[in-house]
Design a protein around this ligand. Structure first.
Ligand SMILES: N[C@@H](CCC(=O)N[C@@H](CS)C(=O)NCC(=O)O)C(=O)O
Length: 250
């Protein structure tokens, strides 16, 4: 493989996080959309991972490069890029804590999007491979439920009520109190990228990630929860407006 390829899901905050890290450092790569089950065998071959779990985002590249985790992809971006580091060593522990918080929010988001995909024909259509003509996707829409059943089992997904997100949202609110458009740790790091992308689980940003399709965008939102955390969402919008390079897939 000659070029860097990022395999990801356009609707996924984990993918958005990896794309942001690559864009931050201006690292040239090709983006490839992944559809659960359908895309897995070809990813496994290229990732040289015929057994065990594979997930996306997954970065593939020359000399057997194969990185299947968004945090590790950001570390790779730091190693290759010339931008300001997203993971400065002196902040690594604090960034790890914010990353864990972001993982909880993202998992809550996954639980909601799976349920909504199961209920909504429009979201099902958007979940099928993008190269399939829309008319064909409409016919095969219910097959998206095979994908949701697979993801539910693979990640042990259970429902996450709005209230379960509030402790983590309160931690973000406390960190930004009095400094509503400043990075969490005093300088822009992966902590900001991770938390800003994960807030998609409360309400997606109006334009990011670019791969989030219209019915999916609505399906991610938790409007009653969002109404209680507008300051946190405004901080997220500021991070995206100020720090997400315009060329990135977000
Ligand atoms: N720790 C991983 C988690 C990524 C993850 O959970 N990816 C899910 C997003 S729903 C995925 O790959 N789903 C598709 C599949 O497993 O087939 C990361 O940070 O990259």
């Amino acid at each position: 493989m000659k070029e860097l390829v990022l395999v990801g899901e356009g609707f996924s905050p984990w993918t958005a996080k990896a794309r942001w890290a690559l864009a931050h450092h201006g690292i040239a790569h090709r983006y490839e959309e992944y559809t659960p089950i359908v895309s897995e065998p070809w990813l496994r071959v290229r990732a040289r991972r015929m057994s065990g779990r594979v997930s996306v985002p997954h970065l593939l590249g020359p000399n057997g490069l194969s990185i299947g985790d968004s945090f590790a992809i950001a570390q790779e971006a730091d190693a290759r890029g010339e931008g300001a580091p997203l993971l400065p060593p002196e902040l690594l522990e604090a960034i790890g804590d914010w990353n864990e918080l972001s993982e909880r929010l993202m998992r809550a988001g996954r639980s909601q999007i799976l349920a909504r995909t199961e209920e909504s024909r429009e979201v099902q259509i958007e979940s099928l491979p993008p190269h399939m003509p829309r008319a064909l996707r409409a016919i095969f829409a219910p097959s998206a439920r095979l994908g949701t059943a697979y993801i539910r089992k693979k990640y042990g997904v259970s429902p996450v009520p709005d209230e379960a997100l509030e402790e983590d949202l309160a931690a973000v609110r406390a960190a930004i109190a009095g400094r509503p458009i400043e990075p969490l740790l005093g300088r822009f790091t992966l902590a900001d990228v991770a938390v800003a992308t994960a807030l998609q689980a409360v309400r997606p940003h109006r334009t990011a990630p670019v791969g989030l399709l219209p019915a999916q965008r609505e399906a991610w939102a938790r409007p009653e929860l969002a109404a209680r955390w507008e300051d946190v969402l405004a901080w997220r919008d500021a991070m995206i407006d100020r720090h997400l390079p315009a060329s990135s897939g977000g």
